[in-house]
Write a new protein. Structure first.
Length: 236
């Protein structure tokens, strides 16, 4: 086992994968997570298998000032001919889910009663603003993007979601709310920005599910002066 400096790029990239995994598994439309500080990291080199990172880090619940405590994660980057997603085992404190359950159910029931399907563009807008009524849709896109970033990550990437280019609610067929999303993901290592489309489902009891995703070849432009728009303009 090799001890790594918590500030080294290998540590940061592994911690980012743990963050994406945790957000996809446990974040909600009213709360998401970001790691605070990596306390320690060690590298276990497994010949013929890959590199396994053992992390201890603080995790912040970004919807409040509460620090969720010390958490641990193991991230295995497989060294195989066919690329596979990192294998992640990460602890989690489910306090945040309990804190947002009422908000989630209220939002869900309101959406189910809407007479019109919702769509929107550019969250955040060209000035970095997220209108309050669009924040749940931004967080839904962020959680779904976390799945894509987890699946697409390697030891050579450091992904963040740049923006939601567009989202379109689909006509419901069951108790889920369904959406098509187009997002921009930014790899901080290569500085490449790529466009992805996702079919996303959500309800408050089963959380977010990404049914499928793919690189989007359309390259929809994001105007620097774009304003966030939604139709209908209000959910009230």
């Amino acid at each position: 086992m090799k001890e790594l400096n918590p500030s080294y790029y290998e540590t940061t990239r592994a911690a980012q994968v743990a963050l994406h995994y945790t957000n996809y598994q446990h974040a909600s439309l009213f709360s998401h997570f970001s790691y605070g500080t990596v306390k320690s990291c060690s590298l276990e080199e497994l010949p013929g298998v890959g590199n396994k990172y053992h992390l201890v880090f603080t995790e912040d619940k970004t919807s409040s000032e509460d620090v969720m405590g010390i958490h641990t994660a193991q991230i295995l980057f497989s060294h195989t001919e066919t690329r596979t997603a990192p294998q992640v085992n990460c602890t989690y404190n489910d306090t945040a889910k309990a804190n947002t359950a009422d908000d989630e159910h209220a939002f869900y029931e309101h959406m189910r009663k809407q007479g019109k399907l919702v769509d929107g563009k550019y969250i955040p807008d060209g000035h970095g603003n997220i209108p309050a009524e669009m924040k749940p849709f931004w967080l839904l896109g962020r959680i779904a993007s976390s799945y894509v970033m987890w699946q697409e990550s390697s030891e050579s990437t450091l992904y963040n979601m740049a923006t939601v280019l567009s989202f379109q609610q689909l006509r419901p067929e069951d108790d889920f709310l369904d959406f098509e999303y187009v997002v921009l993901l930014h790899d901080m290592v290569s500085q490449e920005i790529t466009q992805w489309s996702m079919h996303v489902r959500w309800n408050p009891t089963q959380g977010v599910k990404v049914l499928n995703y793919a690189r989007d070849p359309r390259n929809i432009p994001f105007p620097g002066t774009a304003k966030a728009t939604m139709s209908p303009a209000s959910l009230s």
